[in-house]
Design a protein around this ligand. Structure first.
Ligand code: PLP
Length: 370
């Protein structure tokens, strides 16, 4: 029998799952075309809309976050459509790869990894090419620990140019404020295994009226992620294909917990733990990747690996000797940073344990932590 004991799991997804959510997930299996499922999906969809702060249509998909991002692209765009894709990290790059895989004509607007997206540059790019139809943006770049100024970006994209806005909010929604209607975001995608504290396997996507209009003329191939099908099934309290019912039980409980706590309190809690993590890391004498802390993410912190320290050794010792699971760097940051996730189910004590462990490990590796 596989037996995994509790870890201080500080990857920025999957995140630890609280006991009451695990318990909810152990409910008996049901018919996904029966009355209990209708209740489950109807209530969860309504509550998700509250967390998204939207009155737009919203769908629960059985897929990881990338599935919802794929749904965003294939339901609104056509091959050859010009899109502006803004990136400052590996998730921004992945959004580009996805759009290109389906034949979008992507104009790439790239920033240094660790820097925020500059809304002025978005304005210039949209000004320079009126043929651009949509803008793709990552709200919180998980690979660098940077939260991009989405409100200002949306003000440009929607307020000044009225383009379609597709948002990757996988590591921000339910942790960092993102009023979908307030900022006029057309399509917003996120996933269960980050701020929602549910195991991997579900993703969520909202579609504005403008997005539905784009959907009508969109010709990208789609089948599993056809949101028109999802909509017609949802009217009957169902999904087109067999959903991840167990994860949906967990989601049902998670949404009750989030809304009972109140989203304002959830956001404040993330802001506090983010600040606590950054302060603790700096107190050890370590440096953050993000240069301007105004843009530091409250869900994940990227830390530079000091000169002379072997990053993979550091994470290995953390795992084996301290039971602390850290994330490494992705893409070109591999070997240069490690990351501490602090989203979803996380306490100050969890972070205190991480900091104490880092202090011991760093001294073993020859870096004298303060
Ligand atoms: C985790 C994450 C994703 C999606 O990853 P999946 O593995 O498909 O769930 C996408 N974007 C961001 C910003 C993420 O943090």
């Amino acid at each position: 029998m596989l037996k995994i004991s509790r870890q201080n799991l500080r990857t920025p997804g999957p995140t630890p799952v609280p006991d009451d959510i695990v318990e909810a997930m152990s409910n008996p299996m049901i018919d996904h075309r029966g009355p209990e499922f209708l209740e489950l999906i109807s209530e969860s969809t309504e509550r998700l809309k509250q967390v998204f702060m939207t009155r737009n249509d919203l769908f629960i998909l059985t897929a990881s976050g990338t599935g919802a991002l794929e749904a965003a692209v294939v339901n609104t765009l056509s091959p050859g459509d010009k899109v502006l894709s803004v990136t400052a990290g590996s998730f921004g790059d992945r959004f580009i790869d996805l759009a290109q895989a389906y034949g979008a004509d992507v104009q790439r607007l790239a920033f240094e990894w660790g820097e925020p997206v500059d809304p002025d540059a978005v304005r210039k790019a949209l000004h320079a090419d009126p043929a651009i139809k949509a803008v793709l943006v990552t709200h919180n770049e998980t690979s660098t620990g940077v939260t991009h100024p989405l409100e200002q970006i949306a003000a440009v994209v929607k307020g000044e140019f009225n383009k379609l806005l597709l948002v990757d909010a996988v590591s921000s929604l339910a942790c960092i404020p993102l009023p979908v209607d307030g900022w006029d975001c057309d399509v917003v995608a996120t996933a269960s295994q980050k701020g929602f504290m549910v195991p991997p396997g579900l993703s969520f996507i909202s579609m504005s009226q403008t997005a539905w209009q784009a959907q009508k003329s969109s010709t990208m191939p789609r089948f599993y992620f056809d949101l028109a099908a999802a909509q017609s099934y949802l009217e009957r309290g169902q999904t087109p294909f067999t959903p991840n019912v167990a994860a949906m039980y967990g989601l049902w409980k998670a949404l009750i917990n989030l809304l009972d706590e109140g989203m304002e309190s959830v956001y404040e809690r993330h802001a506090r733990i983010g600040q606590f993590t950054r302060d603790g890391v700096k107190n050890l004498g370590l440096e953050l990747l993000v240069k301007d802390e105004t843009y530091a993410s409250d869900t994940v912190t990227a830390v530079k690996i000091p000169d002379g320290v072997d990053g993979s050794k550091l994470r290995q010792l953390a795992h084996n000797e301290e039971n602390v699971v850290l994330a490494g760097g992705q893409g070109k940051l591999s070997g240069h940073i490690f990351r501490i996730g602090h989203l979803g189910h996380v306490s100050q004590q969890d972070i205190e344990e991480v900091l104490a462990a880092l202090k011991r490990i760093l001294s073993k590796l020859g870096f004298s932590a303060r």
